[in-house]
Structure formats: C-alpha cells, structure tokens
Design a binder for this molecule. Sequence first.
Ligand SMILES: [Zn+2]
Length: 252
Amino acid sequence: MLVDSHTHLLRLKVEPEEAMREAAEAGVGAVVNVGTDVEDSRRGAEIAAVVPNVYSSVGIHPHNAGTYTASDLEALAELSESPGVVALGEVGLDYYRGDWSGEIQRALFEDAISLANDTRLPLIIHSRQAFADTMAALGRARVPVVLHCFEGGDREVREVRERGYYVGLAGNVTYEGSETARVLRLMDADRILVETDAPYLSPQPMRGKENAPKNVVYTAAFVAERLGLDDEEVATLTTRNARNFYGLPLEV
Ligand SMILES: [Zn+2]
C-alpha cells in the first residue's frame, strides 16, 4: 500500500470520494490533503472528518501570503484541533513566483512555525528558489519537517539530511534531467515520502494530464528503480515514513 503524502483533493475535477476510490484500486490506501488558505483548510478538515483514509493539513501557501491576517492564524489554530488534521502547511517561501515580497512571505512563515511549535503538528514546507532563507527560518522549528516537492542537488540533500528533515518526492523527480533523481541514493531512506501534489506535476507516463492521487504509484516505481529496491519494498518504506511523519493510524 502507498500513501500520497501531499495532494489537493479539492482542486481535482472529480469528487474526493471518486479520487479515493480510484486511488484504492491502484493500491494507494491513504492521502494527506494539503490546505493552501483558511477556506481550503476548512474544507479539507471537513473532508478528513468524513471520507475514510483522507487526512488533512491546515496552512496558508506563500502564494496567498499577501491576504494573510492575524485572525487567519487563529482560524488555523482552531482547525488544527479538528479530527483528521495531521499537519500544518503548506507554508514556506516562494521567490520564484514572487507575487508577494520576501518580507511579507517571511512574516507569515515565522508565524506558522510558531503555531507548529505550539500545536506540535509537523510542518509541510513549500520552498522554491528560497532554500537558504527557508532553512534559516526552520532553525526555530521544534517539530518534524518535510520539504515537499523537493528539488535539490548534493548540497541541499546533505543539509536536509543533517537536519533530519523529510523530503517529499513528487512527479517532477521522474522528468528527464531532474537533478534530484541523480542524488536519490544520498538521501536518508527513512526520510523519503512520495506524493503527487495533484492536480499538478503528473509523473512521467501521465505528464500533460491532470494528476490524481492514484498516480503516486509511478513516482514510487521510479524511486524504487533508482534505489535498487522492488516496488513492494518502496511501498513499505515510504508508507512507514508517512505514518511516522504524520502520525497516521496505519499498520505497516
Ligand atoms: Zn501542494
């Protein structure tokens, strides 16, 4: 069984129940739906409370940093107590898109790290072209951290490994020329998660189509091949890692 450790069920064209049915058929037994603003987090928490095998996170994506207010943080704190909410995120820094200044993004990120420390929820991090600032801010985090949709080479892998952070590998690792694909063997195997980030970043055989949680099987198969493991071993490894990181009630 696989876990899609980072997905956006509310952005799919199909209903969450249908996406979960298709996922189960493909051997994907659980997903973590990731919140990107307060409303999205609220709806995610609602789904996690009623749809089996869906867990959820609450967060404000750096793309939405500009609309953030203190009352949003209170709303996230409240939602974090909802059943099925297992993490805080996605939060972080995105200097690639640059919709909002670094200053605005960092203020939200700092508050989110404090909230994670208070609630003891693990942190799901979105970091794009902001590795150094992300790592600097995370120095204060006292909870487990995953760098979702990880893109990095030697140096980044070494730093992440030193900190004991998890890495979330998404479909882009399967694309030709991926630097991250070359350094998979340098990663701590006990810190590797697989994810889809659906509806985005469809893995190679599905590239160009809308992504869905069921497609995490392709990314897992790619990782297995690169690590010299069979599919079953990678499923056990990454599911156990997801269980450990999110504290999911799974038997692995
Ligand atoms: Zn995401």
